[in-house]
Structure formats: C-alpha cells, structure tokens
Design a protein around this ligand. Structure first.
Ligand SMILES: NC(=O)c1ccc[n+]([C@@H]2O[C@H](COP(=O)([O-])OP(=O)(O)OC[C@H]3O[C@@H](n4cnc5c(N)ncnc54)[C@H](OP(=O)(O)O)[C@@H]3O)[C@@H](O)[C@H]2O)c1
Ligand SMILES: *[C@@H]1O[C@H](CO)[C@@H](O)[C@H](O)[C@H]1NC(C)=O
Ligand SMILES: *[C@@H]1O[C@H](CO)[C@@H](O)[C@H](O)[C@H]1NC(C)=O
Ligand SMILES: *[C@@H]1O[C@H](CO)[C@@H](O)[C@H](O)[C@H]1NC(C)=O
Length: 337
C-alpha cells in the first residue's frame, strides 16, 4: 500500500501532536512569576527606563506605569519616544509618563540628560539600563569609544554614576541592568573600549559588551553595600524585538520565523526585568544575575573575579572623567592589562 507524504502530513494525529507541542512550547516561554499576580504598587515612586520606546523596554515602562509610578522614558528619538509615551499613557491610564531624550552612546548627551534629571526630579527609585544595540558595524564615537561599547556599556556606566547619589537619597532603590545570556561568550579585553582587537563577526562585539554589563553591575553592587540601593543584571530571554535590525535580512527572517513559535514576545521578555525591579522577593538581592525564568544563576567567571571587577570600575571612571586639567597624571588611553 503506497503511503503518500501528504497523508502523513495531513494525518489528524500529527496535527493534534503539533498543536499540543506548540502549546507546550509556548507555555515554557512564560516564567513561573507573573507580573499580574504581583500586587506591588509604585505610587509616589519614580522610575527611569532607557530605550523605552520599543521592545522589552516599552513593556517594562508600561508595567511601572500600570503600578502608578512616575515613569521617565529615556529615548534617543523624539518622534518614537513621544509615540511610546502617548501609547503607555493610554494603555495604563497613568498620565505621569514623560519623555527625556538621551543618546547613551554619547557621554555629552548622557551628562546633559543626568543634569536635567537632577534638576527636575526630587527622587529616583528605579533605574533600568535597557537601551542596547547588537550587530552594528564598526564605529568610533565623538568620545573615541567603540560604538557598541559606548551604547551598551560606557554610556550606561556614566548615566548610573551620575544618578547614584539621587538613588541613594531615595533608598530603598533598585538598579537593574538588562544584560544577556550572551555575556557567557564574551571576553574581557579593555582595549576593546577604544575599538582595538575586535572582530565584527555576527554578535561577537555584543557578547563582549554584555559581559561588561554584568562585571560592572557586580562591582557596583559591592560598592553599594549598606546603602539600600541594589544593582542586579538580568537576562530577558531570547525575545523577538527590533534587536536584530542591523543583521542580514535572511538572519532576521529566520529569527522572526523561529520567534513566532519558540521565542518570547517583548511583553514576555520584560517579565524577568520587572521581577527584579518590583517584586517583594527581590528587594534585598544585590550583585546577582537573574536568568530569563526569574531564577538566580551564577554569571560568567570573569564577572566574579575581584581583580577584573576593580579594573573595570577604575577604567570606566577614567574614560568618562571628562576634560582633563593640565598635568593630570591619569591617562585615559591606557587600558588595564
Ligand atoms: N531581544 C533579545 O533576544 C535580547 C536578549 C538578551 C538581552 N537583550 C537586551 O535587551 C535590551 C533591549 O533590547 P530589545 O531586544 O528590546 O531591542 P530593541 O527592540 O532594538 O530596543 C532597543 C532600545 O534601545 C534603544 N537604543 C538603542 N541605542 C540607543 C542609544 N544610543 N541611545 C538611547 N537609546 C538607544 C532603542 O531606541 P531606537 O528605537 O531609537 O533605536 C530601543 O528603544 C538590550 O539591552 C538587549 O541587549 C535582548
Ligand atoms: C549597567 O551596565 C552598564 C554597562 O556595563 C554599566 O555601565 C552601568 O553602570 C550598569 N548599571 C548598573 C546598575 O550596574
Ligand atoms: C554570542 O553568544 C551567543 C549566546 O551565548 C552564542 O550563541 C554566539 O555563538 C556568541 N557569538 C560569538 C561570536 O561568540
Ligand atoms: C590590542 O591592540 C593593540 C594595538 O592596537 C596591541 O598593542 C595590543 O597588544 C592588543 N591587545 C591584545 C590583547 O591583543
């Protein structure tokens, strides 16, 4: 008896099997923690989310707005930022959602942003460093920094440093850094910050920047001990967002197709970040790395090495210190070995 291929494909058993598989896979994408079951309210609290006009950041900001927070969307595009603010106001019913422009790849822009925040805000309780890029071509910024490192790491370093006193004053406060599982594949080489010794193959550079996110967060947490300000890094999961926009169209197509069934939506990707930023259970946790299912996980070895942590902080401070006075001995161009 010949058995046609189409008979197998259209066999109801297979259809049912595929449907069940899809349901199981989908349910796996959701973590065990559900923001809707979390009663925490944020009335009277102020939160900043960078890169909040799309993707994961937008859903983080929407959640904070629904909980009644004053939310500041820190975005680089006025058009996209304004549209997101309107949308979040509408969906949350909270009018206290505002746009402040910042380009995290520019130290000057970060300084001006921080100055405005310090002038206008009396308190700051949550800072989410979410803005990030992946797969952008080699570029050197006006600060002579490699573009991916400037955007994902050094700009956010300066932003956090400049807002630290306000966070401390407003304690309890939380700093959440959106990192990535990709950090496990990153390597530490401080000459990368100036664009040296880098190969631009797929997500190599992105992986390095995400490792530095975790290293810096851990050092920051160590320095914040005893202040009631916590700092953690979070992996949102593999999420279908605009993050692939700089990759080849074929890669993007595969990502989106696979994403349809197996990857998280932006709303689902925001969950582990929201957990880290608002849940009661995470109030006292600091210097940790949260996996996409909200569980704690050990980060890469380099992110737990005190010598690397110390070098990281020292070099980031040196690089972001601004114009030097004549005779200043600290040379911002010599990376630590
Ligand atoms: N998607 C994933 O699978 C995944 C996995 C692990 C970690 N992450 C991390 O999650 C975070 C959010 O990514 P996403 O997936 O939501 O990507 P996305 O959809 O591309 O959103 C990135 C956001 O960052 C903003 N941004 C980029 N460069 C900026 C700059 N120089 N200054 C200010 N804002 C800037 C973008 O603004 P514009 O719209 O104006 O460009 C956008 O709002 C990133 O840190 C990413 O590394 C994502
Ligand atoms: C988050 O990571 C960026 C990049 O490593 C860093 O510059 C920034 O200060 C970090 N913020 C916190 C809270 O760790
Ligand atoms: C970057 O990290 C991802 C996730 O761990 C990995 O699949 C990829 O191969 C890494 N890329 C490089 C070039 O190491
Ligand atoms: C990085 O590049 C510089 C020259 O651009 C070189 O002197 C240095 O040894 C390189 N570092 C590593 C770790 O390869």
């Amino acid at each position: 008896m010949p058995c046609e291929f189409t008979d197998i494909i259209y066999n109801p058993v297979w259809i049912v099997f595929t449907l069940i598989l899809a349901v199981v896979v989908r349910s796996q994408r959701k973590g065990s923690w559900n923001p809707c079951d979390c009663p925490v309210q944020l009335k009277g609290k102020t939160a900043i989310v960078t890169g909040a006009n799309t993707g994961i950041g937008k859903f983080i900001a929407l959640d904070f707005a629904k909980r009644g927070a004053r939310v500041i969307l820190a975005c680089r595009s006025e058009t996209r930022g304004t549209a997101a603010a309107k949308d979040i106001q509408q969906r949350s019913g909270n009018q206290n959602v505002h746009l402040q422009l910042v380009d995290t790849s520019s130290l000057d822009s970060v300084r001006r942003f921080a100055a405005r925040i310090l002038e206008e805000e009396k308190e700051l309780h949550i800072l989410v460093n979410n803005a990030g890029v992946s797969g952008i071509p080699r570029g050197i910024t006006e600060d002579r920094l490699e573009a991916s490192f400037a955007t994902n790491h050094i700009g956010p370093f300066l932003l956090t440093s400049l807002l630290l006193d306000l966070l401390k004053k407003s304690a309890p406060a939380r700093i959440v850094n959106v990192s990535s599982v990709n950090h496990f594949r990153g390597k530490v080489d401080f000459s990368h910050f100036r664009g040296e010794n880098l190969t631009y193959l797929l997500d190599t550079v992105y992986n390095h920047t995400k490792l530095h996110n975790v290293i810096w967060t851990n050092e920051l947490a160590r320095r914040l001990k005893g202040t009631d300000v916590t700092a953690n890094s979070v992996h949102p999961g593999a999420v279908v967002t605009e993050i692939m926009r700089h990759y080849h169209w074929l890669l993007r197509l595969i990502f989106n197709l696979v994403g349809l069934f197996f990857l998280k939506s932006s709303e689902e990707g925001a969950v582990s970040v929201i957990y880290c930023a608002v849940a009661e259970e995470t109030l006292d946790i600091s210097g940790k790395y949260f996996d996409s299912d909200c569980s704690l996980k050990l980060p890469a070895l380099a992110a737990r090495d005190p010598a690397i942590l110390a070098k990281e902080y020292e070099y980031c401070e040196r690089i972001t210190a601004g114009p030097r006075t004549a005779g200043d001995a600290s040379d911002p161009d010599t990376p630590p070995p």
